[in-house]
Design a protein around this ligand. Structure first.
Ligand SMILES: Cc1cc2nc3c(=O)[nH]c(=O)nc-3n(C[C@H](O)[C@H](O)[C@H](O)COP(=O)(O)OP(=O)(O)OC[C@H]3O[C@@H](n4cnc5c(N)ncnc54)[C@H](O)[C@@H]3O)c2cc1C
Length: 383
């Protein structure tokens, strides 16, 4: 008997789709070319620590439907993302808030902080005007007019140059449209109502989503190809790369990627925080993630005598490396649109998720996109 759905990819899009279709009584088969399930949220247990193998993942949302959905499957912990930045041997809180301004200038009130920022913004605008520039021509000028020189040089310049592999003076101004500053002592990175990490790690969420569903790992859709899989299932849900699905017929889409260097340290607590950004250009990594801090708090941290960190390096995407972030330039956007036009003509193939849509999605919006998908709402009309 044919499956109702072949789901290609067990990341959050595929796993959520499979879960909801299975719940609606549909026969689903999930395949993934990796040897594990979960896509980018997969974590590997090492020395009792869940290591985020495809980059640190922090769940955050203000969408009640998404929060109710995920917490009906697994409880979440109280992790709150409060990254810090290291520059010139000094630590600064992020996002830019009263703690940062105190650390930068010793100011203690919002009025003093505002005066300092405004003074530096005026200086930047005056310097540009003296050079005959009225609108920022590049990211550096844009950032200087938004937050002034001190914050730009300590916390933005080096980090951004490492991320993009180019000087800020050669990056377009539109990359930084806004640089919100908070005039309160609040280090919570996200503005969302809810955030946290599934208790026991992300694999618990994947297991709950895929419970009772047939899954095969180490199976690449393209090995047997579309014609074969169409004999196996009524419909295909495809969450892999859209350009690959169409044999790259219009050309290859580009991505940015991150390389991780993992280290095990013989100490219970190396940096005291899950996320430390390194904003100096001379230090090659952009961030260090200390994984245990996502799931252990206060004195719990010392219960495990070891710790694991990942150094993150921004790198150009090459064949074989992980396609992480779509490149939002004109050429890639136009190419993606050509593929989307083909995809829209397929009655029995559903393209979803970050690779098939060539769109950066956080986890909660990916789940929201499945919950609202016409295929799913047709299966669960009263949900
Ligand atoms: C470095 C990084 C950090 C992130 N951090 C956060 C964060 O902190 N918070 C947040 O909300 N979001 C974060 N995200 C976003 C999050 O990872 C995505 O929202 C989520 O992964 C999207 O799920 P998906 O199913 O679309 O894709 P994926 O998780 O990539 O799943 C796609 C799956 O399809 C499989 N596949 C592809 N091609 C084939 C094929 N030919 N045959 C079989 N299987 C195939 C892949 O192996 C993969 O398992 C981050 C993303 C990255 C890249």
């Amino acid at each position: 008997m044919k499956y109702d759905y072949l789901i290609v990819g067990s990341g959050l899009f595929g796993a959520t789709f499979a879960h909801l279709a299975h719940r609606a009584g549909k026969r689903c088969l999930v395949i993934d070319k990796r040897t594990q399930l979960g896509g980018n949220i997969y974590c590997e247990q090492q020395h009792g620590i869940n290591v985020h193998k495809y980059g640190a993942h922090i769940f955050h949302t203000s969408d009640k439907r998404v929060w109710d959905f995920v917490t009906s499957l697994v409880p979440f912990n109280r992790y709150t993302n409060c990254p810090v930045a290291l520059y010139g041997g000094k630590l600064y809180n992020l996002p830019f808030n009263m703690n940062t301004f105190y650390q930068m200038w010793g100011v203690t009130t919002p009025a003093e902080a505002t005066a300092k920022i405004e003074e530096q913004k005026r200086e930047a605008v005056a310097a540009m005007a003296a050079a005959g520039v009225t609108t920022p021509r590049n990211l550096e000028e844009q950032a200087l007019t938004l937050v002034g020189r001190d914050i730009y040089e300590a916390l933005i310049k080096g980090y951004t140059e490492k991320q993009w592999g180019r000087p800020c003076t050669e990056l377009p101004a539109f990359i930084i449209r806004r640089l919100p500053v908070r005039l309160v002592y609040d280090n919570n990175y996200f503005n969302d109502t809810w955030q946290g990490i599934p208790i026991g790690g992300y694999n618990k969420l994947t297991e709950a989503l895929l419970e009772g569903i047939e899954c095969r790992t180490g199976v690449d859709f393209f090995e047997q190809g579309r014609a074969f899989w169409e004999t196996q299932a009524e419909k295909i849900v495809f969450t892999g790369c859209i350009d690959e699905f169409y044999g790259y017929r219009f050309g290859k889409l580009q991505y940015r990627t991150v390389r991780f260097e993992e280290e095990v340290h013989n100490t219970p607590n190396l940096q005291g925080n899950a996320v430390v950004n390194y904003t100096e250009r001379e230090i090659p990594w952009t961030r260090i993630i200390e994984h245990k801090h996502f799931e252990s708090f206060g004195a719990e941290v010392d219960a495990n005598p070891l710790t694991i960190i990942s150094k993150e390096f921004s790198t150009e995407w090459t064949e074989g490396s992980e396609p992480f972030y779509p490149v939002n330039d004109t050429a890639n956007s136009a190419l993606a649109e050509q593929y989307r036009t083909l995809a829209a003509q397929e009655p029995n193939i559903i393209f979803g998720g970050r690779l098939a849509e060539y769109k950066y999605y956080d986890m909660a919006p990916v789940i929201a996109s499945v919950l609202a998908h016409p295929e799913i709402t047709a299966l669960t009309p009263h949900a």
